[in-house]
Design a protein around this ligand. Structure first.
Ligand code: UDP
Length: 503
C-alpha cells in the first residue's frame, strides 16, 4: 500500500546483540500492524548488521546516527558491546549518552520528510536520555525493557540503591519487598559496587532514573507471568502505564521469512548438518548447551561440564567458545580446553556435536528432538526456550540472569539451577549428569517441568495471537500503548495538525 499514510514509530536499541534482537522482533510486530511504519535508529555498523535480519517485505526502515568511537577512546569500529572487554563496554555506554543532539536532528529530519512528528519514541533502558529529546519535541516516549519485569525490577532496585545488599547472606530489597530474598551469590560482579566499576553504576543510575521519567514502560514478558514485577514498575513510576508486550524473541518459523533466516538455511552447512543430526534422534531427547552471545566460563568448568555431559549418556549440542581469560573471538581449541580425546569420542559414539562460537539457536530449540536447554538464562534465550516448549537447566552467570533463573525455578517451575556465577560456581560432573537425566528423562520432575513449560508456551502463543474477535494480552497491551501515544502526541501537536489539515 504505497500511498497509504502511516504513523511513524522510532525505536532506538542499545548496541548489543541481546538488545538489538528483541527490538527487532518488536519492530517486526509493530510493522505488521496496519497503518504503522517503524524506523530503527543506530550507529552505522549496527545498522549494517541489522539489514540482514529485516523481513523481506517490510515497513521497517533503518536510520544511521553518525558515530566515531575513537573520539571516546574506543578502538576503531567498536560500536557493539559483543566483542568489547569490560573497560570498553563502559566507554561505549558513556559515548552513547553523547548522541543526544544527532538523535534530535535525526527526529527533526524524519518529521520534515514525513510532514509529521513520529507518534512515539521507544528507547532502550540504557538510552533513556532520549526522553529529554522526546520531551523537547513533544513526542510520547517509552522505554522498552527487554527483560522480565520481576528480574529487571530487582536489577533496577540494586542499581538505584547500591548499599542495600549489606553483609547478611540473604537480604530483602527495600523498595521491592514482594520479590524473594536474594542471596549474595546471586550478585554478579556487575551488581557488586566497587570503585573499579563506579562509572558503570553511575551510568546505570542516570539512565534508570530517566527510565522512570519516561511516559510509559514496555516489558518483554507477558501479563500472565508477571504480577509482582509489574507492581514494582507501576509503583516506581508513580503509576505510569506499564505494558507487557512480549514475547519479543526469535521464533524459528518467523525467522524463516527474514533474509538472514533464509541465508542461514541456504548457506550454512552448519545448520544442515545439525538439522539432519537432530532428525536422527528421538523426540525431546537432545540437550542444547549455550551461554548466550558473549559469556564464557572457566577452562576448568568447561572440562567438568564436558565430563558431566559425557557421563549423562544424553545426546547434546554444545556451543563452545574460548574460556574466561582468553580472546573470545579466537577459534576455540577443543583439544586444549576439553578433556583428552573428548571431541573424537563424542563424534565416534555420535553422542554429541560441538559447535564453535555460534549456533542457529532458534532453529535448534524449535526442533522436535530438542528436549532441554542448559542455559545462562539470558532473557532472550529463556523466551526462545519457553516459546518452543523446552525446559531449562540454569547456570546464570551475570546481571539479571540470576533472577531469571530464580523466577523460572520458583514461580514458574520450568527450570532447575545447577550452578551460579562464574568464578564462584561449583560444578561437579556427577551433579551435572544427574540433573540432565532428571530433567530430560522420564522422571516425575521431568514430566512436571515439561507440563509447566507446555502451559507457558501456550500462554506465550496466546499473548501475541490475534484471530477473529480474540486478542491476546500482549496484543491488547500494544493497542493501548499505541492509542495512548497517539492521543498524547497529537494533543501536543494539535496546532501543527490543524495547520496540516487546513492545507
Ligand atoms: N544466540 C544464537 N546463537 C548462539 C548464541 C546466542 O543465536 O550461539 C542468540 C540467542 O538465540 C539469543 C541471543 O543470541 O537470541 C542471546 O541473548 P540472551 O539474552 O540469551 O543472552 P546474552 O547474549 O544477551 O547474554
Amino acid at each position: 500500500d504505497e500511498g497509504e499514510s502511516r504513523e511513524s514509530i522510532v525505536m532506538f536499541p542499545f548496541m548489543a546483540h541481546g538488545h538489538l534482537n528483541p527490538f527487532m522482533s518488536l519492530a517486526r510486530r509493530l510493522g505488521q500492524r496496519k497503518g504503522y511504519a517503524v524506523t530503527i535508529v543506530n550507529t552505522p555498523l549496527n545498522i549494517q548488521k541489522l539489514k540482514s535480519s529485516l523481513p523481506c517485505k517490510t515497513n521497517i526502515h533503518l536510520a544511521e546516527i553518525p558515530f566515531n568511537g575513537t573520539e571516546y577512546g574506543l578502538p576503531p569500529k567498536a560500536e557493539n558491546t559483543d566483542t568489547l572487554s569490560y573497560e570498553f563496554i563502559g566507554r561505549l555506554m558513556e559515548a552513547s549518552e553523547k548522541l543526544e543532539s544527532p538523535f534530535k536532528n535525526l527526529i527533526i529530519n524524519i518529521a520534515k520528510k514525513e510532514g509529521n512528528f513520529p507518534l512515539c519514541i521507544i528507547s532502550d533502558m540504557f538510552l533513556a536520555w532520549t526522553v529529554k529529546v522526546a520531551n523537547e519535541l513533544g513526542i510520547f516516549h517509552s522505554v522498552f525493557i527487554a527483560g522480565a519485569a520481576y528480574s529487571m525490577g530487582i536489577y533496577f532496585s540494586l542499581s538505584l540503591n547500591t548499599n542495600q545488599r549489606g553483609t547478611e547472606e540473604e537480604f530483602a530489597l527495600l523498595d521491592f519487598p514482594e520479590a524473594a530474598k536474594l542471596h549474595q551469590s546471586q550478585l554478579g560482579t556487575d551488581l557488586k559496587y566497587t570503585d573499579a566499576i563506579a562509572s558503570l553504576f553511575r551510568f546505570r543510575e542516570r539512565q534508570f532514573l530517566l527510565c522512570l521519567r519516561s511516559d510509559a514502560i514496555l516489558l518483554n514478558s507477558i501479563e500472565e507471568l508477571e504480577q509482582i514485577g509489574a507492581k514494582y514498575f507501576r509503583r516506581k513510576t508513580g503509576g505510569k502505564p506499564v505494558w507487557m508486550v512480549g514475547p519479543a524473541c526469535s521464533i524459528a518459523k518467523e525467522d524463516e521469512s527474514t533474509q538472514q533466516g533464509t541465508l542461514t538455511k541456504r548457506l550454512s552447512s552448519n545448520f544442515n548438518d545439525l538439522s539432519s543430526w537432530l532428525d536422527a534422534h528421538p523426540p525431546r531427547s537432545v540437550l542444547y548447551v549455550s551461554f548466550g552471545s558473549h559469556n564464557t566460563i572457566l577452562a576448568s568448568q568447561m572440562k567438568e561440564l564436558a565430563m558431566g555431559l559425557e557421563a549423562s549418556g544424553v545426546a547434546f549440542i554444545w556451543v563452545i567458545r574460548p574460556p574466561l581469560g582468553f580472546n573470545v573471538t579466537e577459534e576455540p581449541k577443543a583439544d586444549e580446553w576439553l578433556p583428552d580425546g573428548f571431541e573424537e569420542r563424542i563424534k565416534k559414539s555420535n553422542q554429541g556435536i560441538l559447535v564453535r562460537q555460534w549456533a542457529p539457536q532458534a532453529e535448534i530449540l524449535s526442533h522436535k528432538s530438542t528436549g532441554a536447554f542448559l542455559s545462562h538464562c539470558g532473557w532472550n534465550s529463556v523466551l526462545e526456550s519457553l516459546c518452543h516448549g523446552v525446559p531449562i537447566i540454569g547456570w546464570p552467570l551475570a546481571g539479571e540472569q540470576f533472577f531469571n533463573s530464580q523466577l523460572l525455578e520458583k514461580e514458574v517451575g520450568v527450570c532447575l539451577e545447577i550452578a551460579r556465577g562464574i568464578k564462584t560456581a561449583v560444578v561437579e560432573q556427577g551433579h551435572i549428569a544427574g540433573t540432565i537425566n532428571l530433567v530430560i528423562g522420564k522422571t516425575v520432575k521431568g514430566e512436571q517441568m515439561r507440563r509447566s513449560v507446555r502451559e507457558i508456551q501456550q500462554k506465550m502463543e496466546d499473548a501475541i495471537l490475534e484471530r477473529g474477535d480474540f486478542k491476546g494480552s500482549s496484543v491488547k497491551a500494544m493497542d493501548e500503548f499505541l492509542l495512548r501515544a497517539a492521543i498524547w502526541t497529537k494533543k501536543k501537536h494539535s496546532v501543527d495538525s490543524e495547520q496540516v489539515s487546513n492545507g
